[in-house]
Design a protein around this ligand. Sequence first.
Ligand code: PBG
Length: 332
Amino acid sequence: MNFPATRLRRLRATPALRSLVRETHLHPGALVYPLFLCEGEGIRREVSSMPGVFNLSIDEAVKEAEACAALGLGGLLLFGLPDKKDEQGLGAYDSNGITQRGLRALKASSAAQSLVLIADVCLCEYTSHGHCGIVTRSGANSADYAIENDASLALLAKTATSLAEAGADIVAPSDMMDGRVAAIRSALDAVGKTNTPILSYASKFASAFYGPFREAAGSAPQFGDRRTYQMDGANRREAMREIAQDLAEGADMLLMKPALPYLDIIREARDRFDVPLGAYQVSGEYAMLHAAFQRGWLDPERAMLESLLSIRRAGADFIITYFAKEAAHSLA
Ligand code: PBG
């Protein structure tokens, strides 16, 4: 049927009609808010490139979690900022580490009844060199180094079990070492955490959009970059292989990252794989929008909701976003 019999504008005439025929929806329960835990008490330190995002001491994080629960958010993604870092990232798998203590405190709060506590599993916030795995040096030049895949697996597995034992409902490896999902699954099972799901950052691209996060988490690599382990942004087929591999190793859910610059990857993953799919609207996506909001160049509420809707429309079931609280306010 063609015009004039067909007039697509008929179904756009009123807010009620538009609501009735809307294909994609946003709801607070499908939003996850990242929290950055730091040492100390009463600390709320704003991240300069991420307005409204703070490094929080554990007591403040508990208050933040209660606010998130009241807004109906789906969960929290936890990152730890240790006071001390070293070559092996000891703080990542210390049962008394910052994230482990934070998890115990959050688990004991009323917020834990409605929020899923997801713990990011990586070494980069805990290593002095800022890489996501163990570094070996082969010479005096700053370029003479390698990130050791297999040696890193044992540490990532230890990190995951210690986070699960501290109360993480889900562990989310973001390191991009090969074989980490299998290593984490068998380590979790060995300590009886057979019911802890793994949310794998399966196709994580080496992205400029992580810049503000590295300020928030103090995790910028001290030399080199992450291109030997995070994916090349040009590769869609390889992203599908990464996902297939992680699922074969036992991943329960997938996390796509970044989101907006990679919506095609999210869509393809959604079409190919029948597992729950999350997408991470990363720090640089948030910072970029805020920069425009500050100048008055974009309408904050509309641009925020449109960016989130596009990620849902691409196929994500849930979204990890620094906008989670504001979005829940707008959707209320
Ligand atoms: C840790 C990790 C990073 C992010 C999530 N987990 C940083 C990185 O890989 O450099 C980025 C999140 C964001 O930018 O919001 N490996």
